[in-house]
Design a protein around this ligand. Structure first.
Ligand code: LMR
Length: 328
């Protein structure tokens, strides 16, 4: 009977290991810096739902919004240390790992989000997903947020209106150059600090999408928003090469499909929120909308577009040309 018992235990333990019966699910951490009611916040939650539905008991996804776990200054380093497995920084925040993605920051490059999408899904855009492979970062897909608007505690109609004002920028030399071009003072700061910097008037303005301006309440501490649509704020969902390769091929496939579907939902939400959050801001009457005439907008184009030439060598002429061509 003892022999039988030992045999039974052995069989049970083989069964348990091969079918992962007693093992805890493997935790996948997804960290981001925005609120949950945003395209990225919703995309991450959808990803959690789909992975846990399709790989029950095997994988669980923990989502950390609002820079709770990691913020702008450390999320990519944390990814490479495997302290987090998925992050989706804005395309402006990869400068330390590749200069090619700076194409997305060039002011007045894309006419609209359709052009952005065409470029991302085209050959050049898809190649950029692999631009950090030598650094151990795998680009799994692009996620939209939207076009950026300028906000400040002053109406910005002409480029000279921005002169001498301090603007928060993401950690991107292109974005800094864009504000230098109008004689403003760019200040690189993490997203989590922007509200307080604006509220205390340590800085005068910032640039962001309607969704971020709404969900972070920037409009409550900025008197004016200029509808400039001067640039794009989108994301790349990335993981580390080490983590990605450590997954069994069949699980990786399921996880990638879940991610693609979550991104599709996030993109749909991005398009909706762009209008909705703008309207919510206008309805609040906390911040006044500044609209530019075509001639006024052209003045901003004229002073900011020379920034392209400064970064042409780093970004690659071919990449810039492909992006321009996506405007059709
Ligand atoms: C910002 O820093 O303004 C944005 O990148 C935040 C975000 O992730 O949308």
């Amino acid at each position: 009977p003892l022999k039988t018992l030992i045999k039974m235990l052995a069989v049970a333990s083989v069964f348990a290991t091969s079918f992962n019966v007693f093992a805890e699910p493997i935790e996948i951490k997804f960290s981001h810096v925005v609120a949950e009611n945003t395209p990225k916040g919703q995309m991450a939650l959808k990803f959690k739902e789909l992975v846990e539905q399709r790989l029950p008991g095997e994988y669980k996804v923990s989502v950390f919004p609002n820079s709770q776990l990691f913020g702008d200054n450390n999320e990519l380093a944390a990814l490479l240390l495997n302290d987090v497995q998925f992050v989706a920084p804005s395309l402006s925040k990869f400068e330390r790992y590749t200069k090619r993605l700076q194409v997305f920051d060039l002011p007045f490059l894309f006419n609209d989000m359709d052009a952005v999408n065409r470029f991302q899904q085209g050959e050049a855009g898809q190649a950029l997903l692999n631009s950090m492979s030598r650094k151990g970062i795998v680009g799994l897909g692009y996620l939209h947020n939207g076009m950026k608007q300028f906000s400040a505690n002053a109406p910005l109609k002409q480029p000279s209106d921005a002169k001498g004002l301090k603007f928060r920028v993401m950690a991107s030399d292109v974005l800094a150059a864009q504000f230098d071009a109008v004689g403003a003072i760019p200040v690189k700061k993490p997203f989590s600090e922007v509200f307080t910097l604006l509220q205390t008037r340590a800085i005068d303005g910032q640039e962001n999408t309607w969704s971020n301006t709404y969900s972070q309440k920037f409009y409550e501490v900025q008197s004016h928003i200029t509808e400039s649509n001067h640039g794009v704020l989108d994301y790349m969902v990335v993981t580390s090469d080490a983590f990605w390769k450590s997954l069994p091929a069949d699980k990786r496939k399921v996880i990638k499909e879940a991610l693609d579907e979550s991104i599709a939902l996030g993109n749909k939400i991005a398009a909706e929120k762009d209008n909705e959050d703008k309207q919510l801001i206008l309805d609040s009457k906390r911040s006044q909308l500044v609209t530019l005439t075509p001639a006024e907008r052209q003045q901003w184009v004229d002073v900011m577009k020379p920034v392209w030439a400064k970064f042409e060598d780093q970004v690659g002429k071919d990449v810039i040309e492909a992006a321009v061509a996506a405007n059709k």
